[in-house]
Design a protein around this ligand. Structure first.
Ligand code: HEC
Ligand code: HEC
Length: 233
């Protein structure tokens, strides 16, 4: 005789489903991002101790220090970074071990999951008003040193442009600064045409810290000060 599920089990299953549906954003309900969600919370083939959420946060918001925000980053960018970690073009001991054991489908699924999450609000107030020099460098560059405006690729509000140029807004300050240092040291070698390597080497160490603070504090919803916005056009 076929067993019928107990009313208790049915109720638990139904409420679990409701809970998932209520918490997950619209696009996370399709089967592909649902696979990604499982990897984000279980680690997939990388194992539970490497579940993404333990470092990148429950909502993909990052840990405010070394682990970046993944929420709302373009899926194509995320997939490529996982490939670059796995083959060492982007050197990082932790992410290399994790990326190596995820196959192509797993990388695609977890990237789609994080790309569909909403961008988190910035953790601190924009440094724009306090650091006019950093704002100018970000929005207008410094042609005398051959430095293009960061805004021309990353957006005036740090929102990113297309699949190739990632958002910087809402990333941890330390993470952004660390990336610029790694390019300077040639530990990160995955940027198209060495664009970030060239730029990072033209910045002084103090500028790296200040521009990272400025960019991290940007928010796609807070427009930068008008005078600099005009300068960046
Ligand atoms: C033990 C902590 C830890 C775990 C677990 C972890 N990460 Fe990371 N992840 C990091 C750190 C730290 C960095 C920054 C490394 C660097 O500076 O390049 C990072 C960077 C990344 C980046 C680069 C993002 C960017 O903006 O450049 C991606 C993509 C990423 N992780 C995806 C994942 C995925 C997917 C998982 C789960 C399968 C995962 N991570 C699990 C710590 C972790
Ligand atoms: C010509 C376009 C261009 C300009 C100008 C530019 N960037 Fe980038 N930036 C990129 C690209 C492309 C990447 C992604 C590289 C890769 O594929 O890994 C990137 C990545 C980054 C990252 C790493 C983000 C992450 O999530 O891993 C940081 C930090 C960064 N840029 C900071 C800056 C700053 C600060 C400036 C201005 C001083 C600047 N960029 C100017 C194109 C640009």
């Amino acid at each position: 005789m076929p067993s019928t599920p107990s009313p208790h089990a049915a109720l638990a299953a139904a409420s679990a489903l409701l809970l998932t549906a209520a918490c997950a954003p619209e696009r996370a309900r399709d089967p592909f991002t649902a696979d990604g969600r499982i990897i984000a919370f279980s680690g997939g083939d990388a194992g539970a101790s490497r579940a993404c959420f333990t470092c990148h946060g429950l909502a993909g918001e990052g840990d405010g220090r070394a682990s970046p925000r993944l929420a709302g980053l373009p899926a194509g960018y995320l997939v490529r970074q996982l490939g670059d970690y796995a083959d060492g073009r982007r050197a990082d001991k932790v992410m290399r071990q994790i990326a190596k054991v995820l196959d192509h489908d797993a990388r695609m699924a977890v990237a789609a999951y994080y790309a569909a999450l909403p961008a988190p609000p910035p953790a601190h107030a924009p440094a724009g008003a306090a650091d006019a020099a950093a704002a100018r460098l970000y929005l207008a560059g410094d042609p005398s040193r051959g430095l293009p405006a960061c805004a021309s690729c990353h957006g005036a509000a740090g929102e990113g442009r297309g699949d190739a140029n990632p958002p910087l807004a809402g990333q941890p300050v330390d993470f952004l600064a660390e990336q610029l240092h790694r390019w300077r040291r040639s530990e990160r070698r995955n940027d198209p045409q060495n664009v970030m390597l060239t730029i990072s080497r033209r910045l002084t160490p103090s500028e790296v810290e200040r521009i990272s603070r400025y960019a991290a504090g940007l928010s796609p919803t807070t427009a930068p000060a008008g005078e600099f916005q005009a300068a960046s056009r």
